[in-house]
Each structure stands twice: as C-alpha cells, then as structure tokens.
Design a protein around this ligand. Structure first.
Ligand SMILES: CC(C)(COP(=O)(O)OP(=O)(O)OC[C@H]1O[C@@H](n2cnc3c(N)ncnc32)[C@H](O)[C@@H]1OP(=O)(O)O)[C@@H](O)C(=O)NCCC(=O)NCCS
Length: 339
C-alpha cells in the first residue's frame, strides 16, 4: 500500500447544496384513552389539586391496542404529509426521535418507511425531550445540503411503558403521543440556525433507573424513567431561557417579532418562567398543551404546535421559537416559520 495519494481528490463530486428548507406540514396523534389525575393519585399519595398546581397537568393520554410507537407515528405523519402536499413515496429520509421504542435494535424508522411504501433512509435519534428539535435541525441541514428533498421528522413516545405508577416524581408527568413534520425545500429561509448542546455532568438527572445489563444480571424489575425533579426544574428555568434567547439572536429576530413560543411541555411552571425570562410580549401565543397531553417527551413540541395550528391560534407563515430540552442532558432550539 502506498501512502502517497493518487491525486484524484479534486474529482470528488459533492451533493449540490440547495437554497433553503421549511416545515411544509405538521401533524399529531393523541391516543384514545384519556387518563385524568384522579386515576393516578392513589398510588402516589397525591391529589388532583397538587398535580395541577405543581405541573399544570389536568390529564394525559395513554396508548392502548393499535397504538404502538409505529402506529402513532404513521397516524401523526399522515396529516403532515397531506399538509405538505406529498405522498409517502416522496419521503426520502425519516428521522424518528424517541426513547420508548422497545427494541434495542433495529430502529423504529424503517418500519415507518415500510408503512409508507418508501425505501427512504430511516434512523432513530435518542435525545429524549430534545429529540424533535434535533431532528428539525438535521432535516434542515439534509435538505439544504442536498442529501434529501423531503424529510419526515417524527417525535413519538409510549412513555406509559417506561413509567412507574408508584414513582411520586414522574407517575403524573409523562404521557403518550406522536407529532410529525415534513421538511422540504423552500424559496425563502423557513428554519433558523439551531442552538444546541449537552451537559453530560447531569447525565443521571433524568435516566432509566437501571441498565438492561443490571436488569438481567441482578434480576431487577422492569426499569422506568427516574428524575431528579428539582435539579431538572432549576436547569430548565435558569439554563434554557438563555439558549432560547441565543436561538432568537442567531435568527436575527427579536421577541416582539414572534407569533408563538413553543417550548417542550415539561411542566407549565417551567414554560411560564421561560416566557417571563424571555420578556415575551403579551401578543406572543404560548403553547400550554401539557394541560391535556402531559409531558410526551420527543412528541411534545410538534404536538403543541399542531394543536395551535389546527385551532387557528397562531398564524401560518408567522414565526415560532421552539426549544426541546431533557435527558442527556441535551437541548436544541430554533426559530421556524409556522407551517
Ligand atoms: C416533579 C416536580 C413537580 C416536583 O415538585 P417539587 O416542588 O420539586 O417537589 P419536591 O420533590 O420538592 O417535594 C415538595 C413537597 O411535595 C411532596 N410531593 C412530591 N411529589 C408529590 C406528589 N406527586 N404528590 C403530592 N406531593 C408530592 C413532597 O413530599 C414534598 O413535601 P414536603 O414539603 O411536605 O416535604 C418538580 O420538581 C418538577 O416539575 N420538576 C421538573 C420536572 C420536569 O419538568 N421534567 C421533565 C423534564 S424533561
């Protein structure tokens, strides 16, 4: 073998970069079964009032039969494709943000591709509650970089499978559902620069209680997602508002130019505190989907936006600041044009 190059580097062809990308369609799916606080309080010695006051949650949805991670993803993606005006066969890449697909491997995404009759590139992303906003950033770069034309980004969770009904800190927080967006080429910019990052020092602030190896070796119970509530609360309130502000700055947008603020639906008190720190004017619509959907991790941002678009609460073509943050710890924020 020679260590001298053959000298053909200049012959390499790159995918032609295209102009811009936008969210061309958005959709959501909420499971049929509504679970009010009253159904959960006994096991955790809590009350409907306490849960409403501390988290803003009134009810959430739990998935049942016919509502697998794949089923919910497909049902959320269908209206997103319709809004984007494309068929399943037009999708050439699928990014699925999830932490509750119950297989270590393979990923969920290829099964979703199969349901839509496409052989699209299909992978899963593990960034918990920040996963969808990471997916939007990657899809934006893929479309702009010329490696895909239509990317389906799905945020989907069946967290009821990984939540302990006896855990006082989490039993009332999590819910199930799916949200989806189609990212396509655009004449004008539709997705601003993403501000993203991680804090591995707080890796265990939100985490699966035990590794699969420990579960097997030590005969432990089925693991669930555990959380250091106050650590996460402080990090979200103090750490994430500056990230959201940086996303605004990077997009060249000021708070008064926004039509909507769509943060991860972690806890309504976190949502309110962030909005206050960002000095959002009163006419910026703030997503509060958590009241009826709970915290659906990767699905929460697209579900919240989908509800606001469907109810006509925010103008299509206006600007929304969205931010996802959670386990990792990891976060991603960007300004987007509302589809
Ligand atoms: C989980 C959370 C609501 C708990 O609220 P908190 O104010 O931090 O609660 P604490 O653990 O400090 O407990 C405060 C009191 O409430 C009680 N308590 C805790 N959980 C309770 C529950 N489920 N029901 C009733 N009382 C509860 C505690 O016993 C404690 O009582 P005491 O003051 O008599 O000792 C809050 O920490 C939180 O929202 N954290 C962020 C969670 C989040 O957003 N996660 C998603 C991240 S992606």
């Amino acid at each position: 073998m020679s260590t001298t190059s053959k000298g053909f580097a200049s012959a390499l062809q790159a995918a032609p970069a295209t102009g811009h990308a936008r969210i061309a369609g958005i959709g959501g799916y909420r499971p049929r079964r509504v679970v009010p606080n009253s159904e959960l309080v006994e096991a955790i010695n809590s009350s409907d009032e306490w849960i409403r006051e501390r988290s803003g949650i009134i009810e959430r949805r739990f998935a049942g039969e016919g509502e697998s991670v794949i089923d919910m993803s497909v049902m959320a993606a269908e209206p997103a494709l319709e809004m984007a005006g494309i068929k399943g066969s037009d999708i050439d890449a699928i990014l699925v943000a999830t932490i509750s697909w119950p297989y270590q491997t393979p990923a969920a995404a290829p099964l979703i591709a199969e349901r839509f009759g496409t052989d699209a590139m299909a992978i899963d992303l593990s960034a918990a509650c920040a996963g969808y906003c990471h997916g939007i950033a990657l899809a934006n770069d893929m479309v702009r970089g010329g490696s895909a034309e239509n990317v389906l980004v799905v945020g989907v969770e069946r967290l009821s499978d990984f939540t302990s009904r006896d855990d006082r800190g989490t039993a009332f927080i999590f819910g199930d559902g799916a949200g989806a967006a189609v990212i396509s080429r655009s004449e004008t910019p539709g997705i601003g620069p993403t501000i993203w990052g991680s804090d591995g020092e707080k890796w265990d602030a939100i985490s699966q209680t035990d590794s699969w190896i420990d579960v097997r070796e030590k005969g432990l119970d089925w693991p669930h997602i555990g959380m250091q509530g106050q650590t996460v609360f402080r990090w979200a309130v103090w750490g994430m508002a500056p990230v959201a502000q940086r996303a605004l700055d990077a997009a060249g947008i000021t708070a008064d130019q926004l039509d909507a603020f769509v943060p991860h639906q972690a806890n309504v008190r976190i949502v309110e505190a962030m909005a206050k720190k960002l000095n959002l004017p009163d006419d910026v619509a703030i997503a509060r989907d958590i009241a009826y959907t709970g915290n659906t991790s990767a699905a929460s941002v697209p579900l919240a936006m989908e509800r606001m678009v469907r109810h006509g609460e925010i103008p299509r073509g206006g600007l929304a600041l969205q931010i996802g943050f959670g386990a990792g710890l990891s976060y991603a924020a960007q300004v987007v044009v509302i589809p």
